[in-house]
Design a protein around this ligand. Structure first.
Ligand code: PLP
Length: 401
């Protein structure tokens, strides 16, 4: 039978890789969540940019239930209809000709980086193997992706690390020019640094990255794990820029809460992966692909994409008003429904304090580093939930101001 579990159980039986909140959510609907005691929360966190359509969206429940009655898993020894439909949809909607499926953002980036190394080796030789990334970026937690991420706090304890990886400060065009050369096989960038503090790339930085890659025969990889699937107001963030990457990685919102990752690329690059080059047991799992297909169908509806800008406007206006009222926010930034409030003054570096105060008022928020309060709510969040969340944040800020 079901054993009673509490937050204390976490400290007893879980590896302590996280420091979760003091309550345990048990149920969600749209942008509201309830805990074990029936306390209600407004969800501005969206499962860290995963619950793009909120909790338990009826169309996603239906897609999952329908597939659950047909076929759960079949392995890559066989292909399956949901995976083929999802790959067809992704290639129809983006620059890409082909998709590789996996289970997370880190795995999508792992595939992208391995493909870039192999493509360069196939076409230019083994010497062309260097990867250029940005300081303070986040690409996942595998050894390769923490090395590429360039945040010592995530990789310094795990040496020896994979080699031939260099980092430029984000948006520093001159540093990028110094690092990218004939030995570079790939440049990997987040169009908006998510974990790094909700910082958007300058259009000129992206353009220069594209030019440098073209000049030196390197591949441009966009990590859209956080920015993808409507988050910034277009299906993928690159669609709002003048730059098209060679490889794009997607995860988080793609499954709307069901684990899936995807690496997308063009024919000529995909050709460097041949049978046996790479793989994963669960990649292209029918349940995950059936749900992701429905997520993409819903997010690409014009009214959903248009609604993101409207919600962005409401949230930014409300957050700016609170910033003025309490003088706590230095800047409110971000795109679409990926927003960051940089703290200043007495609260500088205290994003965690804001998160705790919000929790006490029934509001789920995120942080992006110690100094930025991050919001990544459902793309479908109702106006009344935005208003209610903002008034809870108002009360939380009143406590700490
Ligand atoms: C979350 C994230 C990842 C890692 O995704 P996982 O599913 O946790 O492996 C990679 N890149 C970016 C930009 C992310 O935000």
């Amino acid at each position: 039978m079901n054993q009673a579990v509490t937050r204390a159980t976490f400290d007893q039986v879980m590896v302590q890789t996280y420091q979760p909140a003091g309550f345990i959510p048990v149920r969600g609907a749209g942008s509201r969540v309830w805990d074990q005691d029936g306390r209600e929360f407004i969800d501005f966190a969206g499962g860290i940019a995963v619950n793009a359509l909120g909790h338990c969206h009826p169309e996603l429940q239906a897609a999952l239930a329908e597939q659950a009655g047909k076929l759960w898993h079949i392995s890559n020894v066989f292909t399956n209809e949901p995976a083929l439909r999802l790959a067809s949809k992704l290639t129809e909607l983006t620059f890409a000709d082909r998709a590789f499926f996996c289970n997370s953002g880190a795995e999508a980036n792992e595939a992208a980086l391995k493909l870039a190394r192999k493509y360069a080796r196939d076409h230019f030789g083994a010497e062309k193997n260097r990867i250029v990334a940005c300081d303070n970026s986040f690409h996942g937690r595998t050894l390769f992706t923490v090395s590429v991420g360039g945040q010592p706090k995530y990789n310094q304890d795990f040496a020896p690390l994979p080699e031939a990886i260099a980092h430029a400060p984000y948006n520093d065009i001159e540093a990028l020019e110094r690092l990218v050369d004939a030995h570079t096989c790939a440049v990997i960038l987040e169009p908006v640094q998510g974990e790094g503090g909700v910082l958007a790339a300058d259009p000129a930085f992206l353009l220069r990255a594209r030019e440098l890659c073209d000049r030196h025969g390197a591949l441009l990889i966009f990590d859209e794990v956080q920015t993808g699937v409507g988050r910034t107001g277009s299906l993928y963030a690159y669609m709002q820029t003048d730059v098209v990457p060679d490889i794009l990685t997607s995860a988080k919102s793609l499954g709307g809460g069901f684990p899936i990752g995807a690496m997308l690329t063009r024919d000529a690059i995909a050709a460097s992966f041949t049978p046996g080059s790479h793989g994963t047991t669960y990649g292209g799992n029918p349940l995950a692909c059936a749900v992701a297909l429905r997520v993409l169908e819903i997010v690409s509806r014009p009214e959903v994409l248009a609604g993101i800008q409207d919600r962005h406007g409401r949230l930014v206006a409300g957050l700016s008003a609170l910033g003025d009222k309490y003088g706590l926010f230095k800047e409110i930034r971000g795109k679409g429904l990926l927003l960051g409030c940089e703290l200043q003054g007495k609260q500088a570096g205290a994003a965690r304090v804001v998160l705790h105060a919000a929790e006490a008022e029934g509001l789920m928020l995120l942080q992006a580093g110690p100094n930025v309060v991050r919001l990544a709510p459902s793309l479908l969040i109702e106006h009344q939930d935005i208003e209610e969340g903002l008034s809870r944040l108002d009360r939380a800020l009143a406590h700490i101001a």
